[in-house]
Design a binder for this molecule. Structure first.
Ligand SMILES: *Cc1c(COP(=O)(O)O)cnc(C)c1O
Length: 357
């Protein structure tokens, strides 16, 4: 078996150990004579797997007891509509912070349900400071994207929003370092970056915010329905849920978010240091706001982009193309991307620059 280094932004790298365990128990899960994905989601075996996954996630993130953890479907993009449907709570306005393509999409969707007040907007290469936020006292919530996956822009602080609940699209940075969940009204994250396979979206929501969905909200989109039914109002994506559980156990074995956070900061620091120290490459993001998960970079001569992508792939470094909307390159270095992958990338980049510089 050969495993290349995969820098895909999503669906993204999964830990090899997790894939091997899944492979080993694929056809016959725990001597039951069938696969986990062939079991009823109501069986005591699957319910135990599902509950263990929730418990491990709660432990990893130290989720306070007054928050529900929901395993939902429809990706992070469905949350762009579920957030206003559930959290407007009879109010007419929500604050949004615009820092990149994902917060832009969230805003476009929210406009279908409420007045969106832009609390701040940037050039997509930086995040606003707390002092720059123009927050509304009458907003139902404040929404932002702490890590913009496409632009590689990260908030270096958690916005202070007083009594107004803070809502975060943590898709590409959840579990990448310690986080104080109690600062948020709600956190959501599509699974396919740092959690597991696509098909699952984790929602962590403070329980006082539930039960006030817009009239007409479909049962499937109401957080209260999911909370009342252990996220099994209908058939959940059981295999993705199971695999997410394996990833949570793997992460615990790595020492949890504190330990992986240290590795993540080290991986990102060496890649940025290399980029900054080499005239051949550049990263456009403000120093304080550089993502530790997604590192976009450009070549001084973009006519070499195709050669860079072709040769990096040949070297076993996969999926380094930037998002189709921005071009250039992007290395996504999520939890499951080992430090050796970043070392190999830096070696390749140095070598490519020497040969083409
Ligand atoms: C990937 C991503 C999304 C979209 O996720 P889907 O599961 O494809 O809907 C939304 N927000 C952020 C920050 C992302 O990284």
């Amino acid at each position: 078996m050969t495993r290349a280094y995969n820098f895909c932004a999503g669906p993204a790298a999964l830990p090899t150990d997790v894939l091997q365990q899944a492979q080993q128990e694929m056809a016959d899960w725990h001597d039951k004579g069938l696969s986990i994905m062939e079991m009823s989601h109501r069986s005591k075996e699957f319910v135990a797997v599902a509950e263990q996954a929730e418990q491990d996630l709660r432990e990893l993130m130290q989720v306070p007891d007054n928050y529900k953890v929901l395993f939902m479907q429809g990706g992070a993009s469905s949350q762009f509509s579920m957030v206003p449907m559930n959290l407007l709570r009879g109010q007419a306005k929500a604050d949004y912070i615009l820092t990149g393509q994902w917060s832009k999409k969230a805003i476009a969707e929210a406009k279908r349900y409420c007045d969106v007040h832009l609390a701040a907007s940037t050039d997509f290469a930086s995040a606003p400071t707390q002092a720059e936020l123009e927050l509304s006292a009458d907003a139902a919530y404040v929404h932002y994207c702490p890590n913009e996956t496409i632009g590689g822009v990260r908030f270096d602080y958690i916005p202070e929003t007083g009594a107004v609940p803070l809502v975060a699209d943590y898709s590409s940075a959840i579990l990448s370092e310690p986080l104080d969940v109690s600062r948020f009204g709600m956190i959501y994250a599509g699974a396919q970056k740092n959690i597991g396979p696509a098909g699952l979206c984790v929602v962590i929501v403070r329980d006082d915010l539930l039960g006030q969905a817009l009239p007409g909200t479909p049962a499937m989109f109401d957080y209260q329905t999911a909370a009342n039914n252990g996220s099994m109002y209908n058939t959940p994506p059981t295999y993705s849920w199971y695999l997410a559980g394996l990833v949570f156990q793997w992460l615990k074995a790595q020492g949890g978010v504190e330990a992986i956070g240290e590795v993540n900061r080290r991986k990102a620091a060496k890649l940025y240091a290399f980029i900054d120290g080499n005239d051949f490459y550049a990263n456009p993001v403000a120093l304080a706001n550089r993502s530790i998960m997604n590192v976009p970079f450009t070549l001084a001569d973009d006519s070499l982009d195709a050669a860079f992508l072709q040769q990096s792939e040949q070297a076993g470094l996969l999926n380094l193309a930037g998002h189709r909307s921005v071009g250039g390159m992007r290395a996504s270095i999520y939890n499951a991307v080992p430090e050796a992958a970043v070392d190999a990338l830096i070696d390749f980049m140095g070598d490519f620059a020497r040969r083409h510089g």
